[in-house]
Design a protein around this ligand. Sequence first.
Ligand SMILES: [Zn+2]
Length: 468
Amino acid sequence: MQTSEIPAGVINKINQICKRFIWSGSNENRRMSLIGWDKVCQPKIYGGLGLKNLGMMNKALMMKLAWGLVYEPMSLWCRVLYTKYGVADSDFPLGLPTRSGSYLWKSIGKVWSDTLKGLRWNIGNGRRVRFWLDCWVTKHKPLSSYALAPIPVESLMNLVVDFVDTNGNWHWDSFEHLLPNCIILRIAAVQPPMEGKGDDKFFWANSQWGDFSVKSAYMAITENETGIEHSQWNIAWKWKGLPRVQTFIWLALHDRLKTKAEIGRRHIHIDWTCDHCGVASETTLHVLRDRFMARMLWNQLLPIAIWRLWFWRNQYQFNKVSTDSLRMAQDVLIRAKEITSSNKSGLNGPTRKVEKWIGWQPPVWPLCKLNSDGACRRNGGSFAGGILRNSNGDWVSGFAMNIGYCSITVAELWGVYQGLVMAWDHGIRWFLVEVDSQCIVQMLNNLEEMTNEYSSLVSSIKELIHRN
Ligand SMILES: [Zn+2]
């Protein structure tokens, strides 16, 4: 891997074995790859597993050899290669004659241009670096790539030293109009070439201190393929616990759990509907957040977690007791357990529900029954309605009215009032009134005289009730 390019077929084969191991646990079984191999090979902070892309790694290792040829051309192995293939070692070859030669030589030739891309120049006397065509101001890009207008052909090959005036300052007039201001400011920050400073020297642009490393080369050639750095991946990798859980969270964050929706998305014929509710598609969010079971869990755990966070805040505030995440998690679990068991044993108040069937019951003869109700729309319109039925359950009369703009309580009171007026008009004197608002019942049963927004309707209703 370090001395020659590995054939693509071999790399694919190795990748395949790795893939099977990751997704199936062995080379024999075949299971669905849930996340693409390119993604898996990205660093963890970009959402991958931090595995190395073998092809790229091979390339980075080959670049190390190429860098050696560029950086130490006088070392023995370089001189042997240069002499064998007829390259003058004092030169700085922009391309290697690799049409013929050993496999090693050809392998180096393939990464040569990528290696040269990582070069950046430090200006000494300015007699080696081309002003427009070499990288000396910014990383990876020569000044020609920033030009705002065509560069005069006669100056294209000029050296950096050609752009300095007789006083040793930058000769701004010769290039200022051709470059954007941000680049001009960068050039201003570079010391102009001086005779006494020695030769221009190059360094490896991809590391902070200018020295070549395989790691920095790998990062440089995979830079464009990585995604966006995002702290969400820390949820998986910074969590201290079972690796199995970490991997699960990683999959969930990628939205690649084997839900029905995910399986369906892979063109496998399947009904996407959630078995539990039978309504929604079974997506990751549905299973982990929206499904009834998930909501139950979050509703149970979240208030306890918030409550304990406040407790631990106070512990620190008043007793200077601090804690770690593991202990807090244990604490929340213990409280959750306590609360669950106390709920079960009924210590936490009356939690047992008694189911009761309710429905309309006919009144006893000769009574009639008035059922009334009021309602408000969100935009403010309010309505009331009511029906009057006899002891056989037969319809006697009914009404529906548009009240205008009022509160729900007023609408309910209007329902009762209008129902009573209707009953009176029908000559019915013996009846029961049923409403679904306890507050209305309390107001009407209250004997004390009160003054509020309901007073006039309440007194009108009471007047009707007691009318002979
Ligand atoms: Zn569901």
